[in-house]
Every structure is written in C-alpha cells, then in structure tokens.
Design a protein around this ligand. Structure first.
Ligand SMILES: [Zn+2]
Length: 359
C-alpha cells in the first residue's frame, strides 16, 4: 500500500506491505484523514514530545528510528476481518474509530505507533470494539472530523455547563473552531472568539461565533463584558470580587492556544469565578500567579482525549446535521500533497484542517 512515512525526520511516500488484521481487528481502506496539529508537532519535535508523554504517563510511544505512518482523524471502509473477529460490521461498511488498539499488554495509538499505521496510508488495521458505523450518507471527509470535534466536545463536557454561560474561545485554530461548533450546536452562547489572525477570525465567524475579536484591537474580556454583564458591573471592583450586587452571566474560557503565558493571561483578565478549560497543549513549563487566581476563585480544568460515548455522540450529531464541521476543512490533498500541506500548516494563518482524500 502507498503511505506517507515518517523516517529520519522526513516524510516520504513509500510502498509498504499492507497491515494484517489480528484477532478482533479489521482491515480498512482509508477514505479520508485529517492532518492534525499534533502530527506537525510530532514531526518537528518528536523526541521532546515522546519524552514529555513518558514523563506524564501518557501511553503514546513509538520508536522514532523506525517507520511511523501518522493519521488519527480518519474514516475508512471495511475490506476484511481478522481471525476471531465478531464481524459486527460487514465488508463495505464505512466506519470511524477511536484511534486506539488496547490489548491486555499494551495501548497502541493508531497513527503514533510502529505497529498500527494511521490514515496517511491507504490501509489501516482498526480494533473492532472501537468501530462506529458512519450513519447515512455523511461524506467521509466530514466523518473524519469526528475525532477533532470530539476533543472539543470533551472539553465542553469538562466545563459542566448549565446553559447560562457566555463562553470565550481563545485561539481559533482547528480546536478553537471545533469548540465554537460544539458550543453552537448545544445552544450555548453568545460565543466570544478571539484570534490575531484575520483568516482564522473569518473562519470563527463561519463556524457561528457571535462576537469575533482581534485581541490586538480589543481585549476579548471587554467584548465578553458587553454581551454578558449588566450595565454598571465593574469587573475590577470589590463588588465583583465579592460576588455582590449585579452579576454577569458565568464566564467560561476555553484556552486553545497552548503557549506559555496564556493561562496567566486568562487568570489576570477574566472576571472573578470564571472557569478556565485548558485545551491548548503547551509543551513548555509555564508560570502562573496563584494569588490572583485565589483572589478571583478561578476554577481551572485541563482537558484531554474523550470517551467512546462522546465519540459516538459527535459522529451522530454530524450525521443528523446538528453539528456542522464543514467550514473547518480549508483544503483537500492526496498523499502526494502531504509534504506541502505540512509546510503550509507551519504558517497557521492560511488553513484550519487540511484533509487527505483518496481518489
Ligand atoms: Zn489530533
């Protein structure tokens, strides 16, 4: 099979032996696969990312001296079943899958594994318990958005919203855009979204953000106050801090950038008793001032991954039309275009999700 292989810090198109499904596994033909920011990160900073995962007990590991085929945001079509599989889905069924294979000995992350090639290859082996049939005629490239959209759905679930909140989304890359889509699909808002890039602000608007801010022009929290706080509310006053008098709607901030200083910025500028959900993955050490967070009784949650239920819910919301991820896809490439796509995505201004499709 043809695949884009990471080898010696390069991406090359190679012919590989097709993967063989084992017990409880299926072989699929890849129909579509998104290029994730994590793939870029892994490509450019592989040793560091793997070392950080190891220190954090995150079970994503592979030998970077051997071949790796990226791709964990995919949709495929079943070609064959391994021995001893339950054949719950017939050959020809289009499926999405959580990108994991879990056996008694190990956890494998499809797309970050020497053993399980991801969607940057024409074929993949997936685990039967992780499969979900793609409902109806949902196109494969939209179905492949299930994974990144579920990362956002999980972050929203972590926030335990009751529907009265006015959210702020900081950073409108793929995850920020996915967050806007999920929040809008659940009727939560108005949604305030902020990004320095005009292209990303335009995408945020297309995803349904109600107030889109250029932080170079205006603080996102000023915009937030305009839609969430009653007249006369002074964000820096003692009444705000004590929670007395006129109160704004609850503020929940989704941090989707992941660079040092961002968490402190939210702590500094968000109103008292805000909830901060950290979704952007910062690989550096970061510094916060607890006194300010304590004074404001800030609530900070970190969000990672998702559950099987959340994955299924997102796929069905996409199929039912309750959730629209389409504007996230800003380009489609074949395997031959992946190298250029990596170069293009290094400048975050132009694209959100580049989707690999197979002719
Ligand atoms: Zn990803």
């Amino acid at each position: 099979m043809k695949a884009v292989v990471m080898r010696e810090k390069q991406l090359r198109i190679e012919q590989l032996a097709p993967p063989r499904p084992g017990a409880g596994e299926v072989l699929v033909k890849t129909l579509a696969c998104g290029i994730c920011g994590s793939d870029l990160h892994m490509f450019h900073h592989c040793e560091k990312v793997l070392a950080n995962f190891k220190r954090s007990n995150i079970p994503i590991a592979f030998d970077d001296r051997q071949d790796v085929v990226f791709g964990h945001e995919f949709c495929g079509e079943i070609l064959d079943h391994g021995p001893g599989s339950d054949k719950r889905f017939k050959v020809g069924t289009r499926v999405c899958s959580l990108p994991f294979v879990i056996d008694a000995q190990a956890f494998h992350h499809i797309g970050y594994s020497n053993r399980y090639p991801g969607g940057y290859g024409e074929q993949m082996v997936l685990a039967e318990p992780m499969l979900l049939a793609v409902p109806g005629d949902l196109p494969a490239d939209l179905a492949a958005l299930t994974e990144p959209l579920t990362v956002a759905a999980h972050a929203v679930n972590r926030a335990r919203l009751d529907g009265s909140e006015v959210p702020v989304v900081i950073g409108c890359g793929p995850i920020g855009l996915a967050l806007i889509a999920i929040l809008k699909s659940r009727g939560i808002g108005p949604v305030v979204a902020a990004d320095f890039s005009p292209a990303r602000r335009a995408l945020a608007e297309r995803m349904g953000a109600d107030v889109v801010v250029d932080p170079a022009q205006q603080s996102p929290y000023t915009s937030w106050l305009q839609v969430a706080a009653p007249a006369g509310y002074d964000i820096n006053g003692p009444m705000a801090l004590l929670g007395l008098g006129l109160q704004p709607k609850p503020c929940v901030v989704f941090e989707c950038v992941g660079v040092p200083g961002l968490i402190q910025q939210v702590i500094q500028h968000a109103p008292p008793r805000s909830r901060l959900i950290v979704v952007g993955v910062c690989m550096e050490s970061d510094r916060i001032e607890p006194l300010i967070a304590i004074g404001k009784e800030m609530n900070v949650h970190f969000s990672f991954g998702y559950t099987h239920e959340e994955f299924a819910e997102t796929l069905h919301a996409l199929a039912d039309g309750k959730l629209d991820g389409a504007p996230m896809i800003t380009a489609r490439v074949t395997l031959e275009g992946v190298n250029d796509a990596f170069a293009t995505l290094a400048q975050p201004d132009q694209h959100a999700k580049i989707m690999i499709t197979y002719p």
